[in-house]
Design a protein around this ligand. Structure first.
Ligand SMILES: *[C@@H]1O[C@H](CO)[C@@H](O)[C@H](O)[C@H]1NC(C)=O
Ligand SMILES: *[C@@H]1O[C@H](CO)[C@@H](O)[C@H](O)[C@H]1NC(C)=O
Ligand SMILES: *[C@@H]1O[C@H](CO)[C@@H](O)[C@H](O)[C@H]1NC(C)=O
Length: 476
């Protein structure tokens, strides 16, 4: 018997669906990515069984097979949070941070929490790397059954994924906007504006939640109805990203040396980013290589992954250095640069931060900057561009805001024609040097950074902010 035949027996037999036991009866056809992934995993499939998962997806897309086994406790209203929970990446970890915060800190509220995957492709690798408690929670919240008319949907993704989606994804909201109690769009951008199509999509929502004052003003200036725009900051899991709980990860076995030669026990600068121009890796390399030589006993580790590029980061860096006429190898040799391009499980991430002395990210624009707040929660001194999202939390007391030289036009990609910031290469040199010259100051800023994260963005604080807004929507 082949495996596909045997899998079929794990699928419940046909039954008539009813409006309560299936989450959204009309749309069960779409409402399956999370389910099929969970079933795939519970059957012990691995990445190499991807074809089985695909088969399962296919076999499950018959609406008649989708029904809920459990009866429903009708505790009043629901919040259905729809985000790329199974994808990894910015919106994914952001979505998780809210769901964990709400689940852990507002158990006594008058609404129940449900989740649905939406907005990006699922990644088995990402799912595999999640801590067990998060996997269990995902399975639990996925099964929450809600009545549409008693549900507030939060579409946590880029507006192109909102109903009707501009690309192939499970739409959010899952049916017409007016079928639900309310629909909230949660989004952000990394440039100075929101394009016309996205403005229209924002204005179709009852509310648009954005993370920072920066976004409040850019959204309103772009034409989003000011009465809909609400600032909801992002939580950071200060218990999980707690430096007291971890030993540093030994980076050498996972890092590839790209430039320079080994420096043992040197000061480590860490940067984490998707490989794209926006992240300012060019600025970082130039400033670092101009400022330091092998004699300084520092090292730069770049934890990166592809973004519409291949993985050949080593050669990209070498090409960049060779083509930059203002970069000249110091007499003592380049200060070392390492690349880590393997997948780091979420559960290992705190130990990567713990291995660093400082975190540095000279982006041209950020929505929020999750690695920055994670690093700050880990009490690392952070150097980051003083523009866009990070201005919400990065100050001279808790880090090193990197001054901007000028604004520049985005030359390619979906934000072509928008404007973002050019961080100062020279000031970045100065700040990196300042960190290594004055570790007392750097440590004090790192300590303050963690205090600020706890005080302003810890899950219980942000859960309260979210719950208050939900209550006010329910009370309308
Ligand atoms: C939602 O719809 C159900 C079934 O149609 C109805 O019993 C319930 O009262 C409605 N709830 C609200 C808040 O209108
Ligand atoms: C950061 O930018 C703000 C304006 O957004 C400015 O007031 C502040 O002085 C800047 N800080 C630094 C260190 O450049
Ligand atoms: C380190 O920074 C502190 C606080 O900014 C300052 O008071 C001190 O003079 C600095 N020390 C050195 C060696 O630069």
């Amino acid at each position: 018997m082949n495996c596909t035949e045997s899998n079929r027996h794990h699928v419940p037999p046909n039954q008539t669906t009813n409006p309560i036991t299936s989450k959204f009866r009309k749309f069960t056809f779409y409402s399956l990515p999370l389910l099929f992934l969970f079933i795939a995993i519970s059957l012990g499939f691995t990445k190499t069984n991807y074809f089985k998962v695909q088969y399962l997806k296919y076999s499950l897309t018959s609406p008649s097979l989708f029904h809920a086994p459990k009866s429903v406790s009708m505790r009043s209203h629901c919040v259905l949070w729809m985000a790329p929970f199974l994808s990894g990446g910015g919106y994914s970890s952001e979505g998780w941070s809210y769901v964990l915060a709400l689940h852990r800190h507002i158990k006594m509220q008058s609404f129940r929490l449900a989740i649905e995957h939406h907005g990006d492709l699922e990644s088995l690798e990402f799912w595999d790397g999640l801590p067990h408690d998060m996997k269990d929670l995902a399975l639990e919240l996925y099964q929450t059954k809600c009545r549409m008319n008693e549900t507030i949907v939060v579409c946590h993704s880029e507006p192109g994924a909102w109903y009707p989606p501009l690309f192939d994804t499970f739409p959010c909201p899952p049916s017409l906007y007016q079928d639900f109690k309310a629909v909230v769009g949660r989004t952000m951008f990394e440039t100075d504006r929101v394009n016309g199509e996205h403005v229209k999509r924002c204005n179709r929502m009852d509310y648009v939640w954005v993370p920072t004052e920066f976004h409040k003003s850019t959204f309103v200036e772009s034409g989003v109805d000011p009465s809909k725009v609400v600032k909801i900051v992002q939580p950071v899991d200060v218990m999980f990203f707690d430096p007291a709980r971890y030993e540093p990860l030994d980076l050498d076995p996972i890092a590839k040396q790209v430039l320079g030669s080994g420096v043992r026990n040197g000061f480590v600068f860490l940067s984490i980013f998707k490989w794209e121009y926006r992240k300012g890796w060019d600025v970082l390399l130039k400033s670092y290589l101009k400022e330091f030589s092998k004699d300084d006993s520092v090292a730069l580790y770049l934890l990166t992954n592809p973004y519409h590029t291949d993985r050949d980061f080593g050669n990209k860096i070498l090409d960049f250095v060779e083509s930059s006429s203002d970069l000249v190898e110091p007499a003592s040799g380049w200060s070392p640069v390492y690349v880590i391009d393997t997948h780091i499980a979420q559960s290992e991430l705190p130990r990567v931060y713990k291995a660093a002395g400082a975190f540095v990210l000279p982006s041209r624009g950020e929505g929020w900057g999750r690695p920055l707040v994670e690093a700050m929660s880990m009490a690392l001194p952070v150097i980051a561009t003083n523009w866009s999202g990070p201005t919400e939390y990065l100050t001279e007391d808790n880090g090193y805001p990197l001054p901007v030289d000028r604004m520049s036009e985005v030359m390619e990609g979906p934000f072509k024609g928008h404007v973002w910031a050019e961080p100062s290469e020279y000031k970045l040199q100065v700040l990196m040097r300042q960190v290594t010259n004055n570790l007392t100051e750097a440590t004090a800023k790192g300590r303050k950074a963690r205090e600020d994260m706890i005080e302003r963005f810890s899950p219980e604080i942000v859960a309260d902010i979210v719950a208050d807004h939900i209550q006010s929507i329910l009370g309308r």
